[in-house]
Design a protein around this ligand. Structure first.
Ligand code: ADP
Length: 634
């Protein structure tokens, strides 16, 4: 046991040299695979692959090409760890060398020296001056799909490559291809998200409160964020012409604004219109009949995108890029999705402008009409004032001679000579009645003027409506008998006294009751009834209804009859007399009645199913007066 404890630790036997280098190589490969896997983007993966090839294979130079075999395009070139932005090798040229063999067969090629005969002599001939010795070209392929080639070269004096190097390169190539595919998927996903966001953003920008003149410019501005282009123009169809309504990327030249192109059979617009989807031209120089505006720089790629309104092509977005084949099918798809939004924005802005214009016109018209109406109102007010002034002056002027006449006639009436002559007495009595009627009319005229100028003085006192109505009844008793009218003045004595100007209220009921008698044919019926009620606005009220079986009132005239001088029917046809059927009046009674009722804080209105002198539907006048004082003085 002790001897074992003290003995020296056992050393593992040294690895044979080949095993050690194999271990190192495996470690190197593992690290390379990790680095390639961790590179974030396609270009980074290519750069990493280039670096790892140099380290693991001791290669002197590397060249990586990512290709699109379907479109025969080189997508990316990386020479000796540098991305070449301006590649001078074309896809066709690439296919002539060793890479071409890889692209065609999908298999690696090892060419130890230029003299192997694998490459065409002119290409093999370039190796010596470039100092290249052995070359391996291997595919970058994943899941059976070739996406590129990698070529490694050693110096003329350098290490000749072996089959083992080919295997290593195949392994690195395969891992890189897988990493590139997955990075591409991620990039595509990111692009899609960015594009959706850009489309959404563009849609919002286009739909936000833009006028028609701004929309085309915004369309190109927003489109440039989704599909890159060097020059873009938006053309609208105007009959047989296309007119540029917005441009982007054009030289600062006034001629741009004047570009108008005739639409011709077979031209690009017609092609876009017929196809009803975007048209791509990869190289306009190969396009027979291409019309190049001579003062514009030549851009090789062209894309035309139709703009639709309903099913009609109303215009086109034309985009160019300097290089050939710069627009992809994805670009076309994006541009056409965008064009749908653009066309809607154009249409909306058009509608918006139309509505705005229409609104402006409408506003102008309304303003004009309001002015006209104001003027008419002003004229009417002036006329009305003239009328009121005239009534006032006329009434005052008439009153004095009437009073004088009344005085003399009073003297004559009592003169014994007249008293003794039946003929003279009848004549004088007739003249006195006429003067009284005239006096009443003149007083009514003065009442109207007072009401209109608001100088109606109310001398309120507790007033009994029953007493007022009784007085009127006594005044008209003879007439009622004469015209065989039935009257029903329901018991109004239960109504409370109201605070009112008795003299003025007498005029109200006189006018309304006399009207009821006047517009009811002989043999008809007039009834006056009353009730106490609570009105929503006036509170505790008395309502008196004057109902008749007369000729009725046209619904259209129910309000107009309260206007001064308003009379239904022809004034000339009215029979004369204060209480005769349809006896003429000056059309002031109801206007005065309303003025007085309103001065008491009440309401008056009429109801009737219509005017019919044969069927006599009758009318009902409502007079609503507050019980408690409402005194408007002044
Ligand atoms: P007038 O002096 O002409 O009677 P009013 O102002 O009293 O003037 O009445 C205006 C018009 O209202 C009358 O000309 C008449 O046509 C109509 N009117 C008034 N009361 C009645 C009624 N009870 N029945 C039918 N029409 C009436």
């Amino acid at each position: 046991m002790a001897s074992r404890k003290n003995s020296a630790p056992v050393q593992p036997p040294p690895l044979p040299a080949s095993a050690e280098s194999a271990l190192l190589e495996t470690e190197g490969l593992f690290r390379a695979a990790q680095a390639i896997r961790d590179a974030p983007r396609v270009a980074d993966i290519c750069l990493e692959l280039s670096a790892q090839c140099k380290a693991l294979l001791d290669a002197d130079r590397t060249a990586i090409f990512l290709v699109d075999t379907e479109r025969s395009q080189i997508q990316l070139g990386v020479y000796d760890g540098h991305i070449v932005s301006d590649l001078d090798t074309t896809y066709d040229e690439l296919c002539q060398g060793l890479s071409g063999s890889v692209i065609r067969t999908g298999k690696p090629v090892l060419s130890p020296s230029a003299g192997e005969g694998i490459e065409p002599p002119e290409i093999a001939g370039r190796r010596k001056p470039a100092g290249a010795g052995a070359v391996i070209a291997a595919p970058l392929a994943a899941k059976g799909q070739l996406i590129g080639t990698i070529t490694v070269m050693s110096r003329l004096s350098g290490r000749p490559f072996t089959q083992h190097d080919v295997d290593l390169l195949m392994l690195l190539g395969m891992q890189s291809a897988i990493a590139i595919q997955s990075a591409r998927l991620q990039e595509a996903e990111q692009d899609r998200r960015l594009i959706s966001e850009a489309l959404l953003h563009a849609g919002r920008k286009l739909s936000g409160g833009t006028t028609l003149s701004q929309v085309p410019g915004r369309i190109l501005e927003q489109l440039s964020l989704v599909v890159p282009f060097e020059r873009g123009s938006l053309m609208m169809r105007e009959g047989n012409m296309l007119r540029i309504v917005a441009q982007r990327g054009f030289p600062d030249d006034t001629r741009v604004k004047e570009i108008r192109m005739p639409i011709r059979e077979g031209d690009v617009f017609r092609r876009v219109e017929t196809a009803a989807h975007p048209v791509l031209i990869h190289n306009v120089q190969d396009e027979p009949g291409w019309q190049q505006v001579e003062w514009l720089p030549l851009d090789l790629s062209w894309m035309g995108v139709p703009l639709f309104s309903q099913d009609q092509v109303i215009g086109m977005i034309s985009l160019t890029r300097r290089k050939a084949a710069a627009f992809s099918l994805d670009d076309a798809l994006l541009a056409s999705t965008f064009a749908l939004q653009a066309a809607i924005a154009l249409e909306n802005a058009g509608l918006y402008e139309e509505i705005t214009r229409f609104n402006e016109q409408l506003e102008q018209m309304v303003q004009q009409r309001t002015e006209e109406l104001n003027q008419a109102l002003h004229t009417l007010e002036r006329l009305d004032k003239n009328k009121s002034d005239f009534i006032g002056v006329a009434a005052h002027e008439l009153r004095t001679p009437l009073t004088v006449m009344k005085g003399y006639m009073g003297m004559l009436e009592t003169d014994p000579n007249i008293q003794n002559s039946a003929y003279l007495l009848q004549s004088v009595t007739g003249v006195v009645r006429g003067i009284e009627r005239l006096h009443e009319i003149v007083n009514s005229m003065l009442d109207v003027v007072r009401i209109e100028t608001q100088i109606l003085d109310l001398h309120t006192e507790p007033t009994s409506i029953a007493t007022i109505v009784k007085r009127i009844k006594a005044d008209v008793e003879d007439v009622l008998a004469e015209r065989q009218l039935t009257v029903d003045f329901s018991d109004l004595s239960k109504l409370p006294r109201i605070q009112a100007d008795t003299t003025l209220l007498l005029k109200v009921f006189q006018n309304v009751i006399v009207n009821a008698i006047k517009y009811t044919p002989d043999g008809g019926r007039v009834s006056v009834s009353g009730q106490r009620l609570t009105d929503e606005k006036l509170g505790d009220c008395v309502e008196v209804q004057v109902r008749d079986t007369g000729i009725g009132i046209d619904p259209e005239a129910l309000e107009l009859i309260f206007e001064k001088f308003f009379q239904t029917g022809k004034a000339a046809l009215h029979s004369t007399g204060k209480t005769t059927f349809k006896g003429g009046g000056p059309g002031l009674g109801l206007s005065i009645a309303r003025g007085i009722v309103q001065a008491h804080g009440g309401r008056i209105w009429a109801e009737s199913s219509g005017h019919d002198e044969t069927a006599c539907p009758g009318s009902c006048f409502h007079i609503l007066l507050p019980v408690n004082t409402f005194s408007r003085t002044g």
